[in-house]
Design a protein around this ligand. Structure first.
Ligand SMILES: NC(=O)c1ccc[n+]([C@@H]2O[C@H](COP(=O)([O-])OP(=O)(O)OC[C@H]3O[C@@H](n4cnc5c(N)ncnc54)[C@H](OP(=O)(O)O)[C@@H]3O)[C@@H](O)[C@H]2O)c1
Length: 322
């Protein structure tokens, strides 16, 4: 696996694929078999991976506990990203939910404890809560930097204008967004914003929760049929994308899911791979050796293209004189 600098503002050498740990545990009733997780982590590490994505909410704190235990003896070899906002509880109380300073402080302390570490590499709110002023989020994150509890700040699921306003006031380093062939709305604002500020960009759900593996067409079950929180289904737009993925997969003798991940790797960003089993992880890791041709990338760009909307459509028509 290649190592790349994480964004343009850091000297942090990060593996090109991040391992997502949302399925690490059983407290939410659906996830990886707990005894298999050390093997999944070891396969990722053996392939050259050093970057793990977590949140306090993942399996209600269990994912951080499992990863904390695994990395304890080699903590400094890993880049650990974790998130707060929802706490590790099923139904957090109002004072323990959101992006305000109180949740931020109690969450960072709880994550440090579960992770068995005294610093978090990258820390971020899980989503914009729509209430906490961006100045409060920015100052709170900066204070955690000053206190040495975190090394880098980031934002997940924030509107571009708020992220830009925060990036103007504190050293913002990371952005985490949903991005895949089935979800390209970040092409409207977030991708350009991240590039302007040189943010390390982490792409989550690159397989659209497993939909882009094509397994549901083959009658298989998985998160999208078994978990209550499933969000994707095969509509007209994704049907065209899946057809193209299957065609390209046949051309180069790989799987549709591997083609979808190889496409995500063509962006200036770090896909976060989610694996519930060792086999799934092994399949995803092979993606780093897949070279799509420019023509194949272009076919996938076309079938997944979205309307950028106003004002981007106007800007495309502006006559250039230089
Ligand atoms: N910031 C956020 O709000 C946010 C949101 C979501 C995710 N994330 C992060 O991003 C990571 C990845 O997200 P994601 O899990 O949604 O990613 P994804 O790549 O879109 O979906 C991964 C899921 O697809 C299925 N899958 C993977 N490989 C497969 C294969 N070879 N064959 C068949 N099925 C396969 C598995 O689910 P099943 O086996 O259950 O079908 C797996 O858990 C998470 O772990 C988390 O770290 C962040």
């Amino acid at each position: 696996m290649k190592i790349k600098l994480f964004g343009k503002q850091t000297g942090l050498p990060a593996s090109q694929l991040i391992l997502g740990a949302a399925s690490f545990g059983s407290r939410r009733g659906y996830g990886a078999v707990v005894d298999d997780i050390p093997q999944i982590l070891s396969a990722y590490v053996d392939s050259g991976g050093n970057f793990i994505d977590l949140a306090d909410q993942y399996q209600l704190g269990e994912a951080e506990e499992i990863v904390g235990k695994y990395v304890a003896a080699m903590r400094n070899d890993f880049i650990i990203c974790t998130k707060y906002t929802r706490s590790s509880e099923t139904n957090p109380s109002p004072a323990n939910f959101g992006n305000h300073r109180k949740t931020m402080r109690q969450s960072v302390e709880a994550s440090l404890k579960r992770l068995k570490t005294d610093y978090i590499d990258i820390f971020m709110p899980h989503f914009d809560d729509g209430i906490t002023p961006i100045e409060e989020v920015a100052r709170g994150l900066e204070d955690l930097l000053q206190a040495g509890k975190i090394l880098y700040t980031g934002l997940a699921n924030f509107p571009a204008w708020k992220a830009a306003a925060i990036a103007k006031t504190i050293p913002l380093t990371a952005l985490q967004i949903e991005y895949s062939l089935a979800q390209r709305t970040a092409d409207r604002e977030l991708m350009d914003m991240a590039s302007y500020f040189g943010l390390g960009t982490m792409l989550y759900s690159p397989l659209a929760g497993g939909l882009l593996t094509g397994k549901y067409r083959r009658g298989a079950s998985g998160r999208l049929t078994l978990s209550a929180s499933a969000t994707y289904h095969e509509d007209e737009a994704t049907k065209t994308i899946l057809d193209e993925l299957e065609t390209i997969a046949k051309e180069i003798t790989v799987t549709p899911g591997q083609v979808a991940l190889a496409w995500a790797l063509t962006r200036d960003a770090f896909p976060i791979i989610g694996a519930r089993t060792l086999n799934q992880l092994q399949e995803s890791l092979k993606t780093v050796d897949i070279q799509l041709s420019a023509e194949q990338v272009s076919r996938l760009d076309i079938v997944s293209n979205i309307q950028l909307g106003y004002p981007h459509e106007i800007l495309k028509t502006v006559q250039r004189h230089y």
